[in-house]
Write a new protein. Structure first.
Length: 403
């Protein structure tokens, strides 16, 4: 992460930051303890250029210091003189120009053709990386979006972004690696036993992140990594569909009154394959209070009467919890799951999820088995305690989401 303007740091600290940002080179950078000569001995030409480019981009004063030192060292002069300005972002280009000017003033020749001699240029199209992956939603509604893109100065920048459609951007991790390692990582996350990631067009991945950012919870500040790289994480052309929009367009219209799809999705919710994607706690609390009153009731009533009370509490909760906004959120979540299943399991389950989403939009909450199944799973501990009566232990009455 770049140092704020006016707060330049020394070369040793800047190199420590470079080691954290370039893990593949960390074992060569850290033993040098900030000494340019020792660092030069530990790096080959390509690695030296990668370190120098990172410093010029993120810690320009320290980058300029290292470049000037290395330029006077015959072993590492090439790492400085063959970096292309065109391969760097604007602030780094300005820093490199100042270095070249000072080198010329010292009588060191700076080749005019240096811009075309760099090995830090963009790779050929068949080798370039601009890829994205996305997971399904976890029980709370969060998911991971992974972006991998070539970066100025060589290598690949990997972003792991945890988002939630209701709470916004939760976490951002930024890594830098070589293209080979980046491709291996993209393959590995596709094979994870839990929450595997499937390919998605990068523009749609960015549209998904941008949509989450627009709903950032007011009590949660965006992560620092997101603030720093927001333009790269959210830069999607206007109108770019999210993954859910892509699968909806690809598979075409579905019936909103398909009872098989509705029942299948409700069963998925009961089994924990999808959902429950809880609404905000303050909206759920009134239903929890009603169930607690049933559990603590002093009158002895039949089991059938208790079930009637529980059913009435859940029916009222459905109307309160799944208003138009929450129904749209639930439908959109089902469409996002449909995309992941389309890419990982085929068209059949994806079409069922799309039909379920259409039903959520079309039906009132009381008439929607999917919403009912989501609510029952969300409140299962409280429902079980209500059935057990006042003799049951109080713990677990309102734990919320399971798993």
């Amino acid at each position: 992460m770049s140092t704020p303007h006016g707060a330049e740091i020394g070369l040793p600290e800047a190199l420590e930051r470079a080691a954290s940002a370039l893990p593949a080179l960390a074992d060569a950078i850290r033993p040098a303890n900030g000494d340019p000569g020792q660092l030069a001995l530990a790096l080959d030409d390509e690695a030296a250029r990668s370190v120098l480019c990172w410093l010029l981009e993120h810690e320009s004063a320290a980058g300029a210091e290292l470049a000037l030192t290395w330029a006077e060292d015959s072993e590492r002069a090439g790492a400085v003189l063959t970096i292309s300005e065109a391969s760097l972002p604007r602030p780094a280009r300005k820093a490199l120009r100042r270095v070249h000017h000072r080198l010329r003033s010292r009588g060191i020749a700076v080749p005019e053709a240096a811009a075309s001699a760099t090995v830090a240029k963009l790779p050929p199209m068949d080798e370039a990386i601009d890829e994205a992956r996305v997971t399904a939603l976890d029980p709370h509604g969060a998911r991971l979006v992974t972006l991998a893109a070539d970066r100025a100065g060589g290598g690949v920048r990997l972003f792991e972004v945890a988002i939630d459609a209701a709470r916004g951007v939760l976490e951002v991790e930024v890594f830098e690696a070589g293209r080979g390692r980046a491709r291996r990582y993209l393959r590995e996350i596709a094979k994870r036993a839990s929450w595997p990631a499937v390919p998605v067009p990068p523009a749609s991945a960015r549209a998904l992140i941008a949509a989450a950012a627009e709903r950032q919870s007011p009590d949660r500040s965006p992560p620092r990594g997101f603030v720093e790289f927001r333009s790269r994480l959210c830069a999607a052309p206007e109108g770019t569909p999210t993954p859910g929009g892509l699968v909806r367009e690809a598979l075409g219209p579905v019936a909103a009154d398909d009872p098989e799809a509705v029942n299948a999705a409700a069963q998925w919710a009961r089994e924990g394959r999808i959902g429950p994607w809880p609404p905000p706690l303050e909206r759920v609390q009134p239903v929890l209070d009603r169930l607690r009153e049933i559990a603590e009731g002093v009158l002895v009533v039949s089991g059938a009467a208790v079930e009637e009370q529980i059913d009435a509490a859940l029916a009222a909760g459905l109307e309160e919890l799944y208003d138009e906004t929450q129904r749209e959120r639930l439908a959109a979540s089902l469409e996002e799951v449909a995309y992941v299943w389309w890419k990982s399991q085929g068209e059949a389950p994806a079409r069922t999820a799309l039909a379920a989403a259409a039903a959520v939009r079309a039906r009132l909450p009381r008439e929607n088995p999917i919403a009912r199944a989501m609510l029952e799973r969300l409140l299962r501990p409280a429902i079980e305690r209500a059935r057990a009566g006042p003799e049951a232990p109080a713990e677990g009455a309102s734990r919320g989401v399971e798993g």
